[in-house]
Design a protein. Structure first.
Length: 313
């Protein structure tokens, strides 16, 4: 049981004592408050970032920030599940009082914003990482390779092939101060701290690589369209033990959540939907995501996530 769940249960117990000893004439009212507290502490709302919680300009609107922070103050449990790393995600959501660890890099790691520590990381072993690096190289692709060592995230690369990759690099380095390091080759720098490979390129260029990766043991990947460009796709490779599904399952099992509501828009959100009790797609979501959703809320530019939660909590 998590520390915060223990604190919550302690507060509830104290409230029950106050109910019995100090306010015997208001039993029904206080009992209702206690039950509501218990329900809120076991219900989790979790959302994707890009295309879902974030507007197209990569910001959280003032309305969404105010609504979510107010609901959290009232007892709502809230977090995010994203393909982003701590390098950019933490900066983007810094105005939110998130009270549950985040699922990052498509479930590769669980990060606690309060303690600023990774509480779970799924690594790719060195031999498998070498095979993945070789596969990228054989297809003429230069990905970014991420590592986590001693609670620190780093990102290595061998070159910046395309304009879209250079924009990816510049935005994350200048705007989020992500730690990049250029290396001569991945064969020498691969170790047991590798967690993730990612590349952004045209679908036709990535498709043959995805077919080769699908036959490789020890890894899984997400292959989905970049919502900020017309014809660029992401191919992200990580441990077979990692996924948004497993990330949510980790939160459910370790933090005592019994009911989870998830919000998403893209193909990499489908595993998250599978792990959730209620699935909400924003209006701008891909049709494949809408088809799996229980409800459709407003689009990401019109505060769809916050409006749905405000109506439900």
């Amino acid at each position: 049981m998590s520390f915060w769940l223990k604190v919550t249960n302690f507060i509830v117990k104290i409230s029950e004592i106050i109910q019995i000893v100090i306010f015997p004439l208001q039993t029904d009212k206080i009992y209702g408050i206690i039950i509501n507290m218990k329900i809120k502490k076991t219900n989790l709302f979790i959302t994707d970032l890009d295309g879902t919680l974030l507007r197209n300009d990569l910001t959280v609107s003032p309305y969404t920030a105010e609504t979510i922070n107010r609901l959290i103050a009232e007892g709502m449990q809230f977090t995010v599940a994203t393909a982003r790393s701590t390098g950019s995600a933490v900066k983007i959501i810094e105005q939110l009082a998130i009270n549950v660890p985040c699922v990052l890099m498509n479930g590769v790691c669980i990060y606690d914003l309060l303690s600023k520590r990774y509480i779970n990381v799924e690594y790719i072993n060195r031999q498998t990482a070498l095979k993945v690096a070789h596969a990228f190289k054989s297809h003429g692709l230069e990905p970014f390779m991420y590592k986590i060592k001693d609670n620190c995230l780093s990102c290595e690369y061998t070159g910046l092939q395309t304009e879209s990759i250079r924009k990816f690099f510049d935005e994350r380095k200048k705007k989020y101060d992500k730690p990049f390091k250029m290396v001569a080759n991945f064969e020498e720098s691969c170790d047991n701290y590798v967690i993730y490979f990612t590349v952004l390129h045209k679908y036709e260029k990535l498709l043959p690589l995805s077919e080769e990766l699908s036959r490789m043991d020890g890894i899984r990947f997400e292959f989905y369209k970049d919502i900020y460009s017309e014809n660029e796709w992401y191919l992200e490779v990580f441990s077979s033990r990692a996924s948004k599904y497993n990330g949510i399952r980790y939160l459910r099992e370790n933090f005592g959540f019994t009911h989870i509501t998830a919000f998403g828009d893209n193909l990499n959100d489908l595993p998250m939907f599978e792990a959730s009790d209620v699935k909400i797609a924003v209006a701008n979501a891909r049709e494949e995501v809408k088809a799996k959703a229980d409800f459709i809320t407003d689009n990401n530019n019109n505060d769809g996530v916050a409006r749905y939660m405000e109506g439900m909590v």
